[in-house]
Design a protein around this ligand. Structure first.
Ligand code: NAI
Ligand code: MG
Length: 358
């Protein structure tokens, strides 16, 4: 089991170190190799995704990724900016299925901005298609408007596209994920207005017939945005396109208290995956030792589950995290009166100790 460890920038190295510590404590014989990526890749090799880093990632069973980016790289040409590393890895490895579980831990119910009763016990899974949609559709560009209300004015345009096979494969991923959970899928679209999402709805409905044990319903994205804050527990698995998924998954992340708690996985059809916290490199708190490492530690648990076939070890990590929260240990982002404030490293150490108790 080969793992490429790519810590990246900002708090990336601090939080990844804690996840690596937890993985090592499990004694699974994982072969972990570290390489620079993002701004760190640019500093070391002149490129955010150096060829040696890409090769290491391609040859690995899974990638444990921290975060990339820092304001100091804002003036670089777009292809050299740290964020290009993550786009390059998604593209090179064909990582089309993004899993973002939004779980509200019992101990953090009061950290959510919603009423406790709305989020208590929340456990939903947003599955976002990651390689298609308006983010990559051609043609795109700028031109002089050929028609419309302001002919001749400067105009920008993007193209929303999905092919049937792209929708089919993400639909299968969603239905199979639902089979392991409470067997409900909500497909989110905008079929009332967009042809792309009429095809989406048609194809998801067809694929759904192969999973008679899973209940499927469809929801327009505007209503889904509303329902996520009105009654989030009505959802189980939510599957949607790249842009709607980008927005809804960030919205859902806020239900759970802190972005520092949220793991994510991006998978291809060979079960190779990239695992990273949902947050960014948090340059505002980098180097202070106060970042919450739990999103990254929980991402490592997802890695064991989805790419390495180590379900028992994944559950041990998740149980250890729960135990540490139950003991009242909190990094600054989830701290509240009556709990114990700990550093990034102390949190990682506590999870390692808790592993012995679960
Ligand atoms: P961010 O997620 O890095 O930070 C947002 C806020 O959340 C900040 O106040 C930060 O201190 C806090 N925060 C984030 N993670 C935390 C943690 N583990 N513990 C405690 N607090 C935490 O988003 P922001 O500020 O918009 O972006 C910063 C940089 O990260 C940018 O360069 C951006 O491009 C990059 N970024 C990278 C991503 C990736 O590597 N996949 C994803 C999102 C942003
Ligand atoms: Mg986002």
């Amino acid at each position: 089991m080969k793992i490429a460890v790519l810590p990246g920038d900002g708090i990336g190295p601090e939080i990844v170190a804690e996840a690596v510590k937890v993985l090592e404590a499990l004694n699974l014989g994982l072969e972990m190799q570290t390489a620079p990526v993002g701004g760190a890749g640019y500093e070391a090799e002149g490129h955010p995704l150096p060829p040696a880093t890409l090769k290491l990632a391609q040859e690995a069973d899974a990638i444990l990724f921290g975060a990339v980016g820092d304001w100091k790289y804002d003036t670089l040409d777009r292809p050299l900016r740290p964020e290009q590393a993550i786009l390059g890895l998604r593209k090179a490895l064909g990582l089309f299925a993004n899993f973002r579980p939004a779980i509200c831990y019992k101990e953090l119910t009061h950290a959510s901005s919603l009423k406790p009763e709305l989020v208590a016990g929340l456990d939903i899974l947003i599955i976002r298609e990651l390689t298609g949609d308006i983010y990559f559709g051609q043609p795109r560009g700028r031109r002089s408007a050929p028609d419309g209300h302001f002919p001749g004015a400067e105009e920008a345009f993007d193209t929303m596209r999905y092919t049937r096979p792209e929708i089919e494969r993400i639909a299968h991923v969603a239905f199979q994920a639902a089979q392991k959970r409470s067997k409900r899928v909500t497909s989110v679209d905008k079929a009332n207005v967009l042809e792309t999402f009429q095809l989406w709805k048609d194809v998801v409905t067809e694929v759904g017939k192969q999973y008679p044990d899973v209940a499927l319903d469809h929801m327009y994205v505007d209503n889904a945005a509303m329902q996520l804050v009105k009654e989030p527990k009505r959802f189980d698995v939510v599957v949607t396109g790249n842009m709607f998924g980008d927005i809804l998954s960030d919205e859902a992340s806020m239900l759970t208290g802190s972005i520092g708690m949220l793991p994510s996985a991006s998978l291809n059809d060979r079960k190779q995956g990239l695992y990273e916290p949902s947050h960014g490199s948090a340059p505002d708190i980098a180097g202070k030792g106060i970042a919450n490492p739990l999103a990254t530690i929980l991402s490592a648990a997802m890695m064991l589950r989805f790419s390495l076939n180590q379900e028992a070890a994944a559950q041990r990590i998740e149980a250890a995290v729960q135990k540490v929260l139950a003991k009242g240990l909190r990094t600054a982002d989830i701290y509240s009166e009556g709990t114990t404030k700990v550093s990034t490293r102390e949190m990682g150490d506590a999870v390692v100790r808790a592993l012995a108790e679960v």
